[in-house]
Design a protein around this ligand. Sequence first.
Ligand SMILES: [Zn+2]
Ligand SMILES: [Zn+2]
Length: 347
Amino acid sequence: MAAVPTAMRAVIFHGPGDVRLEEVPVPAPGPGQVLVRIGAALTCGTDFKAYRRGHRVLLGDPPSPFGHEMAGTVVACGPGKARFAPGARVVVGNSAPCAGCYFCARGQNFLCERLKLHNGAYAEFNLVPANIAEHNLHALPDGLPFETAALSEPLACALHGVEAARVAAGETVAVVGAGIMARLLLAALKARGARVIVAGRGRPALEAALAAGADAVVGSSDGDPVAAVRAFASGRGADAVFEAVGQPQTWEAAVAMTRPGGRVCLFGGCAAGTKVPLDAHRIHYEGLTLFGVFHHTPAFFKAALALLGEGKVRPHGLIEGSIPLADVPRYFAENRDRPLPKTVVRP
Ligand SMILES: [Zn+2]
Ligand SMILES: [Zn+2]
């Protein structure tokens, strides 16, 4: 194995609209930590959101390492018992349970009182913190490309939503939105055996959803999406609906598409302070269940990697093209307002 250099290139977030390629020291792993040479990172809509307006939950106080979807090769382990040896191919989770707060003790580490999301995918090396190295660092199945493995993070979020909605095989499900997260929800739902209709806007995204296995799609030019979903679901409304846009109107539409006794997974995060008017009469008398879902846990991360490894979720159409690390600042500046498929960043 080649010697680890003392300096590396890394993309650092300094504030909205300001990310820079810098030369920084390669950190030496402390007890329980693992140093990974990044094989591939993926761009993520959340990174673009952070680029446009900052993101304290994701990035903390800048300057911060940037990028959070990554896979690579272990090059060094800190002192102590290590789960991996140098040379192991791994995917790095971006959070892990702490030493035991109220929420982590209940398996809800996405609510951890000390939640610190891990970044630094857009770099040559990543120092994996001890809690992630212990709970959310996973060996890749043989032959699984780094960029496919890096999809584990967003897919884990989708699996979290599908599990929270207790979707069963044969159920009729609607996904509101046709972006990358909506398509990962679709993939997770098809892996569960659900019948899925996707309601979106742009025709290319809906065509991609059909190609990815959607049973039906409805676009803005096809009339009222609520009526279309009801028609798809025997006139009753869907057993479960996933809102994957994060706008008040689509939250309302998601509730309106749900059958009596059905579940509404509010997956798309609205901006802080957003209020949504909902039909309280329906929610009560029709026994609807509404819940929010955010992030993932190591168990969902592991399940996501397994689906990718078994080919049950395919990266086709979700990832397009690749750029070298040095192009990351320019790529974010040029594409800040455009929804894009994920792009591979190769150090
Ligand atoms: Zn992401
Ligand atoms: Zn915790």
